[in-house]
Design a protein around this ligand. Structure first.
Ligand code: SAM
Length: 521
């Protein structure tokens, strides 16, 4: 908290060792315990007790708010550190020591944590929140930091914490709480912890700085980029019945706000009939129609998922279904919610971790990551390292490798190109392959440790990526504002947003990511 490490750490009892000389022994069975968010206690192989999910949990689920028991550093020095409490104690921001009263004390450590926590000094409490979607029976783990006092048991991908140098994550890393990153959340570029994950984060508190693009940033300027959703529609053979059909629709309960960006009626070009858009809910069960109206059988069709932001996108969307025109003011940036900012921090932590693992394996410390979007947690995510060294291939840059990972996602993958989720081998049909073009990153965000070079930036532009976040600027070679800004160039047919990560934001450090500034990234 790190968990407070003391000079006697090595003399501390091993919670997993029944022969340990301490009087502490893990109980043979976990107590019956289920909190109201669905966390339960179970024994975790080699770790003692742990906290587990009893049901599926979406990303950013608030798991627990635990009061902290605070005591002075002197008390800790004289007593606490000589007891089993040392395993559970961590440093509070003001130098006192703290113990989480509740399940918080039972979260085990993982170097790929699925839970982050934040300290609320005003209420002297700690909030634990999932950072990604969690499966039933999955262990819920936090990140203790780099100075572990025990040998961590292997995590699911076969690595141990000792294999990689890890990031001190201001969102999930206990060491961050120990004051290794700025204590104040705003100076750490971490949005205030409010209970509302939808709260909009002011621009100055975002973990990145937006690189300003002068042109409009609408990402739906080509027909293949138009995002669609399946909806039910019905033809009205006699257009004179359109008003009655509309009246029925309004009272039917089918008329939900999900399609409010679309007109309800489309007239056939010849005027022979009109079509009524019914609903986007239930892809399998056709909506029931009134018997007193002369309507054909309902059918499904693809309609635009959102309003049109530009005249070009309006024309493209109208070709599918009459769409509302809601232009964004030129250069107006997208709002970011707190949940989305947390998702971005977790993604940047993950990609930095991968880059450090790449370096340990003899590669350049560069990695790239396309996480599942927070609003589509079931979509596959992709992770790739730079493999120029091992492949002796000058084009195996991390950003290109991750695009290859996406396009190869139905084929077998190599160790350096990792579908970062189990779902990667069978992407849902609504995932990025939906346009039939497997390299497309339409509507996806890409996190990369080093500013992509001009070549990679151009490739990303072709892939229609929505936004790129990078940590290390590359003044001489970068294509996202360093040597050039590719999405700003005149004549390009797509623009992506760029975020330059703020120093220390989310507890992410650039340590270990040094590369020669002339190397393309
Ligand atoms: C805060 S306690 C966590 C709850 C603890 N497992 C229990 O049964 O009370 C921290 C202790 O859990 C164990 N632990 C936590 N994460 C571990 C991991 N990844 N591998 C092995 N042991 C772990 C270590 O013994 C550590 O000192």
């Amino acid at each position: 908290m790190g968990y407070a490490r003391s000079t006697v750490a090595n003399c501390m009892p091993d919670l997993n060792d029944p022969t340990s000389s301490t009087s502490y022994r893990p109980a043979p069975t976990a107590p019956e315990h289920l909190n109201n968010t669905g966390c339960k206690i179970k024994y975790s192989e080699g770790k003692g007790r742990g906290v587990y999910a009893s049901k599926p949990m979406p990303a950013y689920t608030l798991l627990e708010i635990n009061p902290a028991l605070l005591f002075s550093a002197e008390e800790y020095e004289a007593h606490g550190r000589h007891t089993v409490l040392d395993h559970y104690t961590f440093k509070w921001r003001d130098g006192r020591m703290a113990l989480a009263l509740g399940l918080g004390s039972l979260f085990n450590h993982s170097d790929s944590p699925n839970v982050s926590y934040s300290i609320d000094t005003s209420t002297e409490s700690i909030r634990y929140t999932t950072v990604r979607a969690v499966e039933p029976d999955e262990e819920l783990c936090i990140y203790y930091g780099t100075n572990l006092w025990f040998k961590p048991v292997e995590i699911s991908d076969g690595r141990t914490c000792a294999d990689t140098e890890l990031v001190d994550d201001g969102w999930g890393g206990l060491s961050a709480v120990a004051g290794e990153v700025e204590a104040s959340s705003s100076s750490n570029h971490v949005p205030e912890d409010t209970s509302d994950p939808n709260a909009i984060v002011p621009d100055e508190d975002l973990p990145f700085t937006r690189v300003k693009l002068t042109s409009d940033e609408d990402d739906e300027e080509t027909s293949e980029a138009v995002r669609t959703v399946q909806a039910w529609a019905v033809d009205i053979p006699d257009p004179r019945h359109t008003t009655s059909a509309l009246k029925w629709l309004k009272s039917s309960g089918l008329d939900t706000p999900t399609l409010s960006h679309l007109k309800r009626v489309r007239k056939s070009p010849t005027g022979t009939h009109s079509t009524l858009l019914l609903t986007s809910t239930s892809p399998t069960i056709a909506p029931e129609l009134p018997s007193d109206l002369d309507l054909a059988a309902p059918y499904q069709l693809a309609v635009p998922r959102s309003a049109a932001l530009t005249p070009t996108s309006l024309a493209l969307k109208n070709a599918l279904w009459p769409t509302v025109f809601a232009p964004r003011r030129k250069g107006e940036p997208e709002d970011w919610s707190r949940a989305r900012a947390q998702w971005a921090c977790a993604a940047m932590v993950r990609v930095v971790e991968e880059a450090r693992a790449a370096r340990a394996a003899g590669e350049l410390p560069i990695a790239s990551y396309v996480p599942a979007p927070p609003e589509e947690p079931a979509w596959p995510s992709y992770l790739a390292r730079d493999t120029r060294v091992s492949s002796a291939h000058p084009l195996r840059h991390a950003a290109l490798n991750v695009v290859r990972a996406l396009s190869n996602s139905t084929a077998s993958t190599s160790a350096s190109i990792i579908p970062a989720t189990a779902a990667a081998s069978t992407p849902p049909t609504s995932a990025p392959t939906k346009n039939g073009q497997h390299y497309l990153l339409t509507s996806r965000a890409l996190f990369v440790t080093h500013e992509p070079c001009v070549m990679c930036s151009m490739a990303l532009l072709h892939s229609r990526v929505k936004e790129v976040f990078f940590l290390v600027p590359m003044q001489r070679t970068g294509g996202c504002g360093g040597a050039a800004c590719v999405p700003k160039l005149e004549g390009v047919n797509h623009r992506f947003a760029i975020g330059r990560w703020k120093t220390g934001a989310g507890g992410v450090s650039v340590e270990g990511l040094e590369i020669d500034e002339d190397i393309d990234s």
